[in-house]
Structure formats: C-alpha cells, structure tokens
Design a protein around this ligand. Structure first.
Ligand code: FAD
Ligand code: NAP
Length: 320
C-alpha cells in the first residue's frame, strides 16, 4: 500500500506552495502534486508588481522562490494529473493518470485556466497566431501588429507587455470601459503603441489557412463589420475553475468554484480549498498565498483533532 501522507496538496501554484510550506513547517508529511510546471499561472506572467517585498519580479522567478521555500522543510513534489479524490473513512485517496496516493487531509489548489471565446478561427489558428500567453508567445510577433481581446487586468497588462515586442497592440473590448485596475489603465492609455476598439463584438479570427492575418469584429453601436490586421491574437476573456475532478465530492457551487469557510474548509471534513478555485471576489497571488497559509494551519489542526479523537478511543494513531 502507498505511503500515507498527512497532507496532499493538489496544485503547486502560489496557493498550493504556501500551504505546503506551512504544513511541512508544522512537521507534517506533505506531497504536492501538479500536472504542469510548479508556479501555476505565475509562469504566464511577465512582471508581478503587486507582491509585497518586490517592487517588480518576473512571475516564473517568484514561482521558483516559492518552490524553494515550500520544499525547504521536507515537502515533496511529484508530477501528476489528479483525476479523482475519494474519501473513505477519513483516509483520502488521490488518483492521478499514473499513480494513487493516500493522505489524511487534502488541499485543493488547482487554480483556474483561461476561457475561450468559441469563435471561428480561434481553435483552428491555435499555435498559428492565436495565443493565451503573451510571455510564452509574444516574441514570435516582434515588430508585427497584434490584437488583444478583453478588458480585464490580464488583457491590459499583457497588452502592455506586448508593446515591448510588437509594432502595434490593438485592444478590442466588448464595452466602452475597461475592467482592469486604474493604474494599469493609466499606463495603457499613455502608451503610444497601444490603441483601443470599444463596444466591439469579436466575430472571427481570420487567416490565410496557414496563419492569422486579422480579427473581424462588429461594432455593437453601428453594426458595422471591420477586420483589424494582425499577425497575432492574444485572448484574455477571463478564467474558469479547474475543478472537474472534484465534482463528485459535492463541494462545488453552480459555477464550478469551491466555497469554503474562513478556515478554508470545504463541506467535506479534511478537504480544504484555496486560491483561484475558491468562490471569492479577488483572485491574486497575495490572496492565494494568504489562503495557503491558513489551509496549512487548518490541516494541522484537523490532524491534531483526529489524533486526539484516536487517543481518547484508546487506539494507537495510524502509522505514517
Ligand atoms: P494557479 O496559479 O492557477 O495554480 C494552480 C496549479 O494547479 C497549476 O500549476 C496547475 O498546473 C495545477 N493543476 C490544475 N489542475 C490540476 C490537476 N487536476 N492535477 C494536478 N495539478 C493541477 N496576480 C497578481 O497578484 N499579480 C499579477 O501581476 C498577476 N498577473 C497575472 C497575469 C496573468 C496573465 C494571469 C492569467 C493571472 C495573473 N494574476 C496575477 C493572477 C494570479 O496568477 C492567480 O491569482 C494565482 O496564480 C492563483 O494561484 P493558485 O495557487 O490559486 O492557482
Ligand atoms: P477578468 O477580470 O474576468 O476579465 C475578463 C475580461 O474579458 C473582461 O473585461 C470581460 O468583459 C471580457 N470578456 C469576458 N467574456 C468575454 C467574451 N465572451 N467576449 C469578449 N470579452 C469578454 O479576467 P482576467 O483579466 O483574466 O483576470 C482574472 C483574475 O486574475 C482577476 O481576478 C484579475 O484581477 C487577476 N489578475 C490580476 C493581475 C494583477 O493584479 N496585476 C493581472 C492579471 C490578472 P467585461 O469587462 O465586459 O466583463
């Protein structure tokens, strides 16, 4: 039978890595599982300017620092795409594509992924001009014109990043006002390489079969259709929770996010949720790490409770 961990953390983004740090520093045995590169969404972020202690730091660099911190007290890390979590008699079984792991507590920190627009050309030009990651793909469009779709923090901030590479960045937004934070908006409006198309319904990513050549949109006020020339299209229209593997636990809300109490506890005893997967309003690195710290401590308290109950029953606590 596989080793029984105290805690398994599913997802090694900022939330998961902080939970692992707190739990392992409290002397619990901890395994972090991730199906990608540790760091989570920070790997797709150029400069992070709102994480305390750093005036500006590259997302992947912050991810590496958090990983070093998370593993220094013995937390283990393994690759694994988690497909199922079962809770039988308090012991949680976590199944990945290749392995099965066991733990007394589980912290779900699987974050979120980008939403798709679902328009013609989006899928067929994927990897041939359509991208969801400016940091990953921006360099392909050096001195070319690109379009960014969306009006939130991601669209505007990543659009600003692209102005350092592309000759022109056109942001197409469905309303006449941005959702992005004011400071990011101010920078965007002051940037000569950036322009905006407002009240626009994006209809299609157009191309010449091999590559993207532009984006067709409809003006929602006049109804007029226009095609903006572009070699690259960066789509930032929001995020959706990565919670399919936890549906059967009954811990999701109608939109797929996971509600918790202030201790990060879900409806299921010993299963906690943190970071972008949680039902909440502010999805940031700072909020993910704050919740990670709380969940690490909550897992410790939960295990103490289990041990106290076992001792009261006169039984020997489960061997690790
Ligand atoms: P994530 O960072 O999403 O990490 C989740 C991890 O779980 C991933 O590594 C993923 O591979 C893993 N995972 C998912 N499903 C599974 C599974 N089934 N099995 C195993 N592993 C799984 N926030 C800021 O504060 N400042 C910024 O400047 C900033 N810039 C951003 C720029 C962009 C382009 C984006 C997209 C987001 C930005 N954010 C920023 C938001 C911030 O990145 C997120 O709020 C934060 O990363 C959430 O952390 P998390 O730990 O909850 O999840
Ligand atoms: P978001 O805040 O949800 O913004 C999504 C944007 O896409 C909105 O402007 C929305 O328009 C638009 N949109 C949604 N569906 C659309 C559709 N079908 N067609 C066209 N446009 C559509 O998502 P995000 O910008 O990816 O940010 C996700 C989270 O990460 C947020 O919590 C954000 O604060 C955080 N983040 C933070 C930073 C930072 O702190 N520096 C940077 C990036 C991200 P409407 O405005 O009309 O709704």
């Amino acid at each position: 039978m596989s080793k029984l961990y105290d805690v398994i953390v599913i997802g090694a983004g900022p939330g998961g890595m902080t939970a692992a740090l707190y739990a392992s520093r409290a002397n619990l045995s901890v395994l972090m599982l991730d199906r990608g590169i540790y760091g989570g969404q920070m790997n797709n972020t150029a400069a992070v300017e709102n994480y305390p202690g750093f005036s500006s730091i590259l997302g992947p660099e912050l991810g590496q620092k958090m990983y070093d911190g998370a593993t220094q007290f013995g937390a283990e890390y393994a690759y694994g795409n988690v497909t199922d979590v079962q809770d039988e008699g308090g012991v949680k079984t976590v199944t990945t594509d290749e392995d099965t792991y066991r733990a007394l507590a589980v912290i779900i920190a699987t974050g979120a992924e980008h939403r798709k627009l679902g328009i013609p050309g989006e899928e067929s030009y994927g990897g041939r001009g359509v991208s969801y990651c400016a940091v990953c793909d921006g360099a392909f469009f050096k001195n070319r014109e690109v379009v960014v779709i969306g009006g939130g923090d991601s669209a505007v901030e990543e659009g600003l990043y692209l102005t350092g590479l592309a000759s022109k960045v056109t942001v197409i937004h469905r309303r006449d006002q941005l959702r992005a934070q004011k400071i990011i908006q101010q920078r965007a409006f002051a940037n000569e390489k950036m322009s905006f198309i407002w009240n626009a319904q994006v209809e299609e990513v157009v191309g010449d079969d091999n590559k993207v050549t532009g984006v067709r949109y409809r003006d929602k006020v006049t109804g007029e259709e226009t095609t903006v020339p572009a070699a690259g299209v960066f789509i930032y229209v929001g995020i959706k929770p990565l919670t399919d593997s936890f549906k059967h636990l009954g811990v999701l809300d109608d939109a797929g996010w996971i509600p918790t109490d202030e201790l990060m506890a879900t409806k299921v005893p010993g299963i906690f949720a943190i970071g972008d997967v949680r039902a909440k309003t502010l999805r940031q690195i700072t909020t993910a790490v704050g919740e990670g710290g709380q969940a690490g401590q909550s897992a410790f308290n939960y295990l103490q409770g289990l041990q106290d109950a076992t001792l009261q029953d006169g039984a020997v606590p489960a061997a690790q």
